[in-house]
Design a protein around this ligand. Structure first.
Ligand code: HEM
Length: 204
């Protein structure tokens, strides 16, 4: 049976994820340069290349993990192909994109619970995209047609798809230990992403 919104909001796994990743979210958000005065098209391209260097290997790892939940439809939620379209629209050749550095220090996908934690982070990030999309359009004139599709990857479906993900997450039978593994994987995803972006020198 489909869970209600109230049941979702009070689900232990979601409460624990929110409690234990809030600080990491705030810290990363503060360091991302989307709102920086110096952000021009070139700096935006650098940032999106760095995003691609994390999302592409992470999505590969999710797609191929033996632990990935078989009843979750990942394909329509993969985002790195859209990032590649953006990079091409911003002037990179297919060969240049192919040769971009990729992160190797990824969160461990060693359980179904861990896969759920990673999904929570990459699906939740689409919400912030809605704020960033408006800003980037206003300041750089970029939108889904000319290099910023990733920031609006689900378009008008963003809220609906987030809620659908939460219903899925919160309907999973998870023991206390599994919930802890979900939270750890979500925290690791934030940490690995920040560490990667720091190494690519795109953070404030
Ligand atoms: C400057 C960059 C960012 C901004 C402005 C931003 C902003 C937001 C906003 C407005 C929400 C919705 C909060 C709500 O509706 O209650 C949100 C949720 C979220 N964001 Fe971000 N975000 C940013 C970057 C990121 C990044 C890089 C990640 C992860 C890679 C991320 C992960 C999440 C997650 C997991 C949620 C869902 C929290 C929840 O409701 O459970 N965000 N963000």
């Amino acid at each position: 049976m489909q869970s209600t919104s109230r049941e979702v909001a009070s689900a232990p796994v979601l409460q624990e994820l929110r409690t234990h990743t809030a600080e990491l979210h705030i810290a990363l958000e503060k360091r991302l340069p989307f709102f920086a005065d110096f952000l021009d098209s070139h700096a935006f391209l650098q940032l999106m290349q760095a995003y691609h260097g994390f999302y592409a290997p992470l999505e590969d790892a999710l797609r191929t993990s033996p632990w990935f939940p078989a009843d979750f439809d990942l394909q329509p939620r993969l985002k790195s192909a859209i990032l590649q379209d953006d990079l091409r629209a911003l002037g990179l050749s297919a060969e240049a994109i192919e040769g971009l550095p990729r992160c190797r220090d990824l969160p461990a996908l060693d359980s179904r619970a861990a896969c759920l934690g990673v999904l929570y982070v990459v699906e939740g990030a689409t919400l912030g995209g809605q704020v960033l999309r408006r800003h980037i359009h206003a300041h750089l004139g970029l939108d889904a047609r000319n290099g910023a599709a990733f920031l609006d990857v689900y378009g008008e479906d963003t809220g609906r798809r987030w809620r659908a993900f939460l219903h899925y997450l919160c309907s999973q039978p998870l023991s206390g230990q599994e919930r802890a593994a979900t939270v750890r994987a979500a925290q690791d995803t934030f940490r690995c992403f920040e560490h990667w972006l720091q190494g690519r020198e795109v953070l404030l």
